[in-house]
Design a protein. Structure first.
Lengths: 302, 249, 301
């Protein structure tokens, strides 16, 4: 009897969180491979900060936590931030990190300001949730009369959709995105990677990050965009190989992080709940240098 | 004056980096089809800027005075190949020599299609042209500098272009590799291709090239090596003052 | 003194307010001048990492303090903890960046995710702590000058003044290092020592700014005023001074705004002022350049 209850509680509590986590990983991490290949791993961090005012504005304007409103607001903010940062970089010729940093912290500050001043603290759109995510509170709550899918948390549907879209985009544009990462000037010259493709790619990255935000929070978003790719990079023999490896390794490590966050407190005898998103980010980050070290021990035949 | 059909015809072309300063000022010249022409001049004169600008790779540059085979670049992209500086490429990228060579075919393969067996065979043929067929599956990060340069050349040859624009192809390669590259390019010219390369070393221009464009921000001279790189012209381009004979006279 | 729901309040210019204002101003000067070096060494995103990386140290210091029964209200413990973890991050990230297939951007992302992830985990432990002092931690996220006490301001001021003095004493040597490391070492300067000095200055700025700007936004005070000064042009020493002045102005604007308008976090106010300064510097530079050119042509004719 108790095992059935345990299974039921696992399904209700852990399964949605894990599925959300894996979908977020696919949505952000697959596209993140190309960011890492372009040496733009911090774009995930930038977009995660910059979308905050859009999210909050969408919420405030519509007065609800409507996912479309927040999505649209956040996507606009995300794309606007990258365009603004690019413009600033071209005009001032400062290092790209500087203009990116100024733009995204500026937008983040606007977001925090809106959050704190507009009494959004009454609703659960509070700054800490934005930063630290809500994996712990993603519950599957089936209604008695409804179908099974009514109990699925809304965030899960968005994430699943984002994951599918990311995968489709990568399959369709693999060659073009690879060439764009490897040699942008040749890509432009060959006419193989037109401007709209680059804009589409950035829009998809922003959309995936926005979709992941609610469940995962901005701390982990940074982690899942860049870390899976960075874990796979030392071992990758081709772009496809890197993407596949990043997803496999990333998933295993992310689930491990989740399990650690849920069960480590009981091991230590305390009842405190550890922030899952933070733990997963930490574990993913630690895995990167470990992967580099592991590479040294894997000999390749000359 | 522009002659229709010339591989590259530049007329009163200027380019800079957007802060108001012009690096290339009113450049005018026309390449001879089938010739191997070097773009030489003092360091920092803007040779790479001229090349990149003419290829439309610099966003704020006006390319209306640039014609490839009598047409704007957008209409004849397939016929023009570009070999960037080796330093501009990320050689830690996860790709094999074959993958890179195949990149020259992406335009032909088109959107949404994979690099299938047929294209891989064509890429292999391009690698064979530069004697890199045995290294086809090797990661590019494990290749030597000369081998990397040959792979880039294979990519351009795979494209099947009529005009090859190269940015400092001979820099940082050893003597043997330079000879090999030179031989491949000569062969390409013999088959009707036109080669235009930014060359860094005035000393060995004669070794590889038939003609030269002497450039110091403007075109000082253009033509066969003996004519374009005559002492008087060099002194003018490098601002060395009049040659000694004239001073003694 | 103030109606609870009034959007504005007349700042009460007591001793506390003035001390906080002075503390903020000194922080602004420090951030602007250190930021000039950060910008010159192309380490803006590293500054972002260092800022966020202070969180785990702060949380850990809090927990350790609680364990040993120390007062969680003393600013020095938390600042020390934050400083240590920020230092760890700022030191290890460039080392990570030298690894093949990782690069500076990858190292920054890994360090940010790792340190801030650890910070989130520790923060969650702090939040479930029975003690009621974790409010003090929360304000270190986004900054709150309004809640600063005099002792907080003194801590801030001491750290900032020590750092500024060090910077001014070693300015010549540090500038050479920022410009041309190779030349600096050939000239016999102890480059490793100087690199550590710059590192410690960065950490000092983060620690000083934690209370007023918050860990998430302190990076803006580091790079935006310096970037604005760089756009306006001038010699390195001149840009450092300009950056310091812009930093002071933005810090004061932020501090005053957060005291005057309720619910405005200081970090946001300062960041917005600094960002505005940067974007305003672009047309300002153009105006300056045109007027300088006009003066030159007038003199020539």
């Amino acid at each position: 009897m108790s095992s059935a209850l345990a299974l039921q509680s696992t399904l209700a509590v852990d399964a949605p969180a894990l599925i959300a986590l894996l979908c977020a990983l696919v949505a952000c991490g697959t596209l993140g491979n190309f960011l890492v290949l372009r040496k733009e791993a911090m774009t995930g961090d930038a977009v995660a900060h910059a979308v905050l005012p859009g999210l909050v504005a969408g919420f405030l304007i519509t007065g609800t936590r409507s996912i479309t409103a927040m999505f649209v607001g956040a996507a606009c903010a995300g794309i606007a931030s990258i365009l603004l940062a690019n413009w600033a970089r071209r005009t001032t010729r400062l290092e790209p990190g500087a203009t990116l940093g100024i733009v995204f912290t500026g937008l983040f500050a606007v977001g925090v300001l809106l959050l704190e001043t507009q009494g959004a603290r009454q609703v659960d759109l509070d700054p800490e949730c934005v930063l630290f995510g809500s994996l712990e509170t993603l519950f599957y709550s089936p209604t008695l009369n409804g179908e099974w899918y009514t109990g699925v948390p809304r965030a899960l549907w968005t994430l699943a959709a984002a994951a599918c879209i990311a995968l489709i985009a990568i399959v369709l544009f693999m060659k073009e995105l690879s060439l764009l990462a490897f040699d942008p000037s040749s890509a432009r010259h060959l006419g193989v990677a037109p401007r709209w493709l680059e804009r589409l790619f950035l829009a998809l990255v922003s959309a995936s990050i926005v979709a992941s935000f609610e469940a995962v929070g901005s701390v982990l978003v940074i982690g899942i965009v860049a870390c899976p790719a960075l874990i796979a990079a030392p071992h990758a023999r081709s772009v496809t190989h890197q993407i596949t490896l990043s997803m496999i390794l990333g998933s295993i490590i992310a689930v491990l992080g989740y399990a650690l966050a849920s069960h480590a407190p009981t091991l230590f005898g305390t009842a405190t709940a550890l922030n899952s998103a933070g733990m997963i980010a930490l574990v993913l980050a630690i895995a990167v240098p470990m992967s580099h070290v592991a590479k040294r021990f894997i000999h390749r035949p000359m | 004056m522009t002659s229709t059909g010339a591989p590259l015809a530049i007329e009163r072309f200027s380019a800079g980096y957007g802060n108001g300063e012009l690096v290339v000022r009113n450049a005018t010249f026309t390449l001879r089809a089938g010739a191997m022409t070097a773009l030489v001049g003092p360091n920092g004169a803007g040779k790479s800027t001229l090349l990149k600008g003419a290829l439309g790779l610099l966003p704020q540059v006006d390319t209306s005075g640039v014609r490839y085979f009598g047409q704007p670049l957008d209409d004849v992209r397939a016929r023009v190949a570009y070999l960037p500086q080796r330093a501009d490429i990320d050689w830690t990228f996860p790709a094999s020599a074959l993958d890179v060579a195949a990149m020259g075919l992406y335009r032909k393969i088109g959107f949404f299609h994979r690099v299938s067996g047929r294209w891989k065979a064509e890429a292999r043929r391009a690698l064979a042209l530069v004697d890199m067929e045995t290294f086809a599956d090797m990661p590019i990060g494990e290749l030597s500098g000369g081998q990397q340069q040959r792979v880039l050349l294979a990519r351009s040859l795979a494209q099947g272009a009529d005009l090859l624009m190269l940015d400092e192809p001979f820099v940082n390669v050893d003597f043997a590799t330079a000879e090999r590259l030179g031989a491949i390019l000569r062969l390409a010219c013999a088959r009707g291709m036109t080669v235009f390369a930014v060359h860094h070393d005035l000393g060995d221009v004669r070794r590889f090239f038939d003609e030269a464009v002497l450039f110091d921000g403007t075109v000082v001279a253009h033509g066969p090596i003996e004519v374009a790189l005559a002492d008087a012209k060099l002194h003018e381009a490098f601002r060395l003052g009049p040659p000694p004979q004239e001073q003694l006279a | 003194m103030m109606a609870p729901d009034a959007p504005f309040e007349i700042p009460f210019w007591g001793a506390n307010t003035i001390m906080v204002a002075i503390g903020c101003a000194i922080f602004g000067a420090l951030a602007g001048s250190v930021g000039t070096f950060v910008l010159a060494r192309r380490q803006s995103l590293l500054a972002d990492v260092a800022g966020h990386a202070a969180l785990p140290g702060v949380a850990l210091a809090f927990l350790v303090g609680e364990w040993f029964g120390l007062s969680g209200r003393s600013p020095w413990l938390l600042l020390l903890g934050g400083g240590i973890s920020a230092l760890l991050a700022a030191w290890s990230t460039p080392w990570l960046a030298s690894k093949r297939r990782l690069g500076a951007d990858g190292a920054n992302a890994v360090a940010l995710a790792g340190f801030f992830g650890l910070g989130s985990v520790l923060f969650s432990v702090v939040q479930s702590h029975p003690s009621g002092a974790q409010g003090g931690l929360r304000r270190l996220l986004f900054g709150n000058a309004a809640a600063m006490t005099s002792s907080d301001a003194i801590a801030l001021g001491v750290i900032a003044i020590v750092a500024l003095t060090t910077l001014m004493l070693a300015f010549k040597e540090l500038s050479l290092l920022a410009f041309d490391e190779a030349a600096a070492s050939v000239l016999g300067l102890r480059t490793r020592v100087l690199e550590w000095v710059l590192l410690l200055l960065l950490v000092a700025t983060v620690v000083a700014g934690m209370q007023v700007a918050g860990v998430a936004l302190v990076v803006s005070m580091l790079i935006a005023p310096a970037a604005a000064a760089r756009v306006l042009g001038g010699s390195f020493a001149r840009t450092a001074t300009t950056a310091a002045c812009i930093g002071i102005a933005c810090a004061l604007v932020g501090a005053i705004a957060s005291r005057a308008v309720t619910h405005v976090p200081t970090g946001s106010a300062m960041t917005l002022a600094a960002t505005a300064a940067f974007f305003l510097s672009i047309p300002a530079a153009r105006v300056l350049r045109n007027s300088r050119a006009r003066v030159l042509t007038e003199r020539a004719s």
